[in-house]
Write a protein of this length. Structure first.
Length: 197
């Protein structure tokens, strides 16, 4: 496997939608609690190495108001989700230097200042984690790839509504856009000053 070589000071963790509406779901192949815990470890190590931590959340009521056939849309007349559904779970412990992004679509770049925030900090590499692999993570990664960012996908720090879409994205799509690694491999790279398998 190719060495994971990154400069922590030019790297940002992009954590997608670790919020109450997602963390409370049955997810696969990784439990939401495990994804949250692994993402917290990555955030701590990356901050300590001089990197950037970005917490992305989706405004659930805005997303559910879009017309769609699948059950993700809100049927007319159904109650609006409570505001706390859109809040990050408290376990992530957002720090004062972290970046917060609120999105209203699947992807974190559209209609936000994420690209500007990253470029101002000299970020070149994005470490992707969150819920759900084939929705918010994939949509954000596609936009990042189009903008020329290098991508690292942390396979066990993301999960989805079912195991197969997660595995498909990590097996067929993400390796064509960047590098797919485990939390352990990423943490080893940060501990080694940016280089590990």
């Amino acid at each position: 496997m190719e060495l994971l070589d990154l400069n922590p000071r030019q790297t940002a963790l992009i954590s997608i939608d670790l919020q109450r509406s997602n963390v409370g779901r049955q997810l696969a192949p990784h439990a939401a609690a495990d994804v949250v815990e692994r993402t917290i470890h990555i955030a701590e190590k990356l901050r300590a190495a001089g990197g950037t931590v970005v917490w992305v959340r989706v405004d659930v009521s805005a997303l559910l108001s879009l017309p769609a056939d699948a059950s993700i849309s809100r049927p007319p007349g159904s109650p609006v989700p409570p505001p706390e559904f859109s809040e990050l779970v408290p376990e992530v412990q957002v720090q004062p230097g972290d970046v917060r992004i609120t999105k209203r679509q699947w992807g974190a770049f559209y209609g936000t200042d994420l690209d500007q925030q990253l470029r101002r900090r000299g970020v070149r590499t994005l470490v992707m984690s969150g819920i759900a692999t084939n929705f918010g993570v994939e949509s954000t990664a596609r936009a990042a790839f189009d903008r020329g960012y290098e991508l690292v996908f942390v396979e066990d720090a993301m999960t989805s509504l079912a195991a197969e879409p997660h595995h498909f994205a990590n097996r067929e799509l993400f390796p064509r856009m960047g590098r797919v690694r485990s939390t352990e491999a990423l943490l080893a790279a940060l501990a080694a000053g940016g280089t590990a398998r």
